[in-house]
Design a protein around this ligand. Structure first.
Ligand code: BG6
Length: 467
């Protein structure tokens, strides 16, 4: 007997900037990433998504592979500047047509689309015009964009999420500076994050007002944080980490309010987030229908009075990163007993079960989709075959961990490995592979099924029984 409900959804995920290419095709406007990735020193060896894996032109071939894999659902994101080159105003009908055709192609193969409205590619025009997320004007702009998507695609799509991983695009965009707009300014960052929560609430409100037949959720990183020791200092540091990484980002969308203690601290230290009349009510009245969880790793946390900032391993050379630290609060440290990937991410399947338990404990038994989970690796090619056995092992253990969470009562409804196909990693180029399908960059971006492709096909076919 399968441990998964019979209507459980098996899928896979991607994001627009990472697969589409066609960065200026047929009237698309530039995104912040189109500009940022061309600045010297911002990405791994200057890689960018100008062409990516050319999904824009090859989507039919890709959907045929999804069908062959047996995917029941596909999570992808819409590029806002492809639909609205200036962020607001005139619609680029060619962009609408691309997504409309993609949706039709998916439905033709019985693959249910899940749309993410914002997976980090902001219209550059809005960054230039008013500073993007730093300005309250973004809330109206995002709502207009969301409404356009509901209008054009809401007749055929019933699974939606507003945002992907606020911690990453706000944290790395405004606090540590590795993503656009490359700031190190907590005051601006905290306010920008508030605008994301408001934009989410407005888009959820519009979704309901427009009576779109479906569910709308929010996607967050799921990161269990555990203290490196039992000392009161490390435990307190870990509470901070859990508060910032989890409660700050989940409470506003699942409870409609900020965690009180952290809110008071932020307002005292930085004078933000600044609320306008109506903000509290907007958040309170527009809780999402489900939460999407992106799980890759756990973090071990220690007390910190030395490190400030974030040094990432973006090369795949084990041990080359230094982790993240907020001086006086906490830092991430290596688990001496942990198993790590070449990018220094701890492989810890139990963390997925534990972290889902923490979510349901705090927020009740809300519907959950695992919207990303996967192993980034340089896959070996032997006699022309891509032998990604470590990926199979990783996914198997995490699917078991998901089954354990379900057995403990969690309402997990679907699983989307990251990623369907090898794609551009924002800061790690094309060398950090996640897909079931390999893309040959030396040979006209030809697609090739990996060992994991056939394995996952059987997982889906057996509803998670054959692992
Ligand atoms: C998530 C993102 O953070 O992790 C994806 O939603 C991303 O867009 C994935 O690609 C893996 O991260 P990375 O840095 O290994 O590519």
């Amino acid at each position: 007997m399968s441990q998964f409900p019979k209507d459980f959804l098996w899928g896979a995920a991607t994001a627009s900037y990472q697969v589409e290419g066609g960065h200026d095709a047929e009237g698309k406007g530039l995104s912040n990433w189109d500009v940022f990735s061309h600045l010297p020193g911002t990405t791994y060896q200057g890689t960018n998504g100008d062409v990516a894996v050319d999904h824009y032109h090859r989507f039919k071939e890709d959907v045929a592979l999804m069908a062959e894999l047996g995917m029941q659902t596909y999570r992808f994101s819409i590029s806002w500047p492809r639909l609205l080159p200036q962020g607001t105003g005139k619609v680029n009908e060619a962009g609408v047509k691309f997504y409309s055709d993609l949706i039709d192609e998916l439905l033709k193969h019985n693959i249910r689309p899940m749309i993410t409205l914002y997976h980090w590619d902001l219209p550059q025009a809005l960054q230039d015009k008013f500073g993007g997320w730093a300005s309250r004007e973004i809330v109206d702009a995002f709502d207009g964009y969301a409404r356009l998507c509901y209008e054009r695609f809401g007749d055929r799509v019933d699974l939606w999420s507003t945002f992907n991983e606020t911690i990453v695009f706000i944290g790395m965009g405004y606090f540590t500076g590795q993503h656009p707009p490359k700031l190190n300014d907590p005051k601006v960052g905290i306010q920008a994050c508030h605008h994301v929560f408001l934009a989410n609430a407005r888009a959820v409100k519009s979704f309901r007002e427009m009576k779109i037949n479906g569910q709308i959720g929010f996607v967050n990183v799921l990161q269990p944080n555990d203290p490196i020791s039992d000392s009161p200092e490390d435990r307190r540091a870990c509470e901070f980490a859990e508060g910032i990484f989890t409660h700050w980002l989940y409470d506003p969308v699942l409870k409609g309010e900020y965690p009180a203690e952290l809110l008071a601290m932020a307002q005292q230290a930085f004078g933000v987030p600044e609320f306008h009349p109506g903000d509290e009510q907007l958040l309170k009245e527009n809780i999402v229908d489900f939460i999407g969880l992106n799980y890759y790793k756990r973090e071990m946390i220690a007390h910190n009075d030395d490190i400030n900032g974030f040094e990432m391993n973006n090369s795949g050379q084990k041990g080359s990163g230094r982790g993240l630290g907020f001086k006086g609060l906490f830092k991430t440290v290596r688990n001496p007993n942990g198993v790590y990937t070449d990018w220094d991410w701890e492989v810890y399947p139990q963390g997925l079960t534990d972290a889902i338990g923490r979510i349901t404990h705090r927020y009740g038994n809300i519907p959950i989709y695992i919207t990303e989970n996967g192993l980034g690796a340089k896959d070996p090619i032997v006699n022309g075959e891509v032998l990604d056995q470590p990926r199979i092992d990783y996914l198997r253990d995490h699917i078991k961990a998901t089954a354990d969470a379900i057995a403990q009562g969690a309402d997990v409804r679907g699983y989307y490995p990251w990623s369907f196909i090898d794609l551009l990693s924002w800061l790690n180029g094309y060398q950090k592979q996640y897909g079931f399908v390999y893309v040959d960059h030396e040979n006209n971006l030809a697609r090739k099924k990996k060992l994991s492709f056939d394995w996952y096909r059987k997982v889906i076919e057996s509803n998670g029984e054959t692992l």
